[in-house]
Ligand binder design. Structure first.
Ligand SMILES: Nc1nc2c(ncn2[C@@H]2O[C@H](COP(=O)(O)OP(=O)(O)OP(=O)(O)O)[C@@H](O)[C@H]2O)c(=O)[nH]1
Ligand SMILES: [Zn+2]
Length: 195
């Protein structure tokens, strides 16, 4: 972080602290009471922590292993647990993702890179449909595979603990590319693996 960034961060943290104090006051509580004194800092740090966007898709998917490892099979990883933040309410949504691809040639990526890719797109302000598309698009762009499948199921705390209050209701989203979109058998294989 350079000096300009540090000054801007300090400025925004000051404003955000006032904002969180105002939100506490809106709940009818006293932001100056001992138990709440340090809460604005904790809230800001928690939000930054939950949106740290680890990794970089191009770098994550850059190292491939060849020598006959791929050869046309579907590779599926899941369920991959993830935490994200609903961009409408800044409340968490948490769930599981399945990520599959069929390499175009012999090259495959390391197993761990797919969960890392999920975290990269999950740990930011999100909606689930965009999360699902971004994971699929990153694999399509960086690996140029024959097919890609991404399925995400999650529960949104904004729908569980407030508003409509339906705890346990799950949202499922699926993004398919290439043969997983066009070939019913490939699609069925993925959806069977992602249960
Ligand atoms: N499609 C989609 N909707 C989401 C997601 N996360 C939260 N939402 C919805 O975003 C919507 C925001 O609707 P608004 O009417 O603007 O906000 P609201 O008054 O808080 O809505 P309620 O939750 O119905 O009380 C709600 O219906 C949420 O359930 C998501 O990942 N995808
Ligand atoms: Zn929400």
């Amino acid at each position: 972080m350079n000096a300009t960034d540090a000054a801007e961060t300090a400025r925004l943290r000051k404003i955000a602290t006032e904002g969180v104090r105002a939100m506490i006051a809106l709940t009818g509580d006293d932001p100056d009471r001992a138990g709440l004194e340090d809460t604005p800092r904790r809230v800001i740090d928690a939000l930054i922590d939950m949106t740290d966007r680890p990794g970089d898709p191009a770098a994550l998917l850059a190292r491939v292993f060849g020598e006959g490892t791929g050869s046309g099979q579907m590779i599926t990883v899941g369920p991959i647990p993830f935490d994200s933040v609903c961009e409408h309410h800044l409340l968490p949504f948490t769930g599981r993702a399945w990520v599959a691809y069929i390499p175009a040639g012999q090259d495959v990526v390391g197993l761990s890179k797919l969960p890392r890719l999920v975290d990269h797109f999950a740990r930011r302000l999100q909606v689930q449909e965009r999360l699902t598309e971004q994971i699929a698009d990153a694999i399509a762009t960086h690996l140029s595979p024959v097919g890609v499948g991404v399925k995400v199921t999650s529960t949104h705390s904004c729908m569980a603990v407030r508003g409509v209050r339906k705890p346990g209701a799950q949202m499922t989203t699926t993004a398919l590319r290439g043969v997983l979109l066009t070939e019913p058998a490939a699609r069925a294989e993925f959806l069977d693996a992602a249960r």
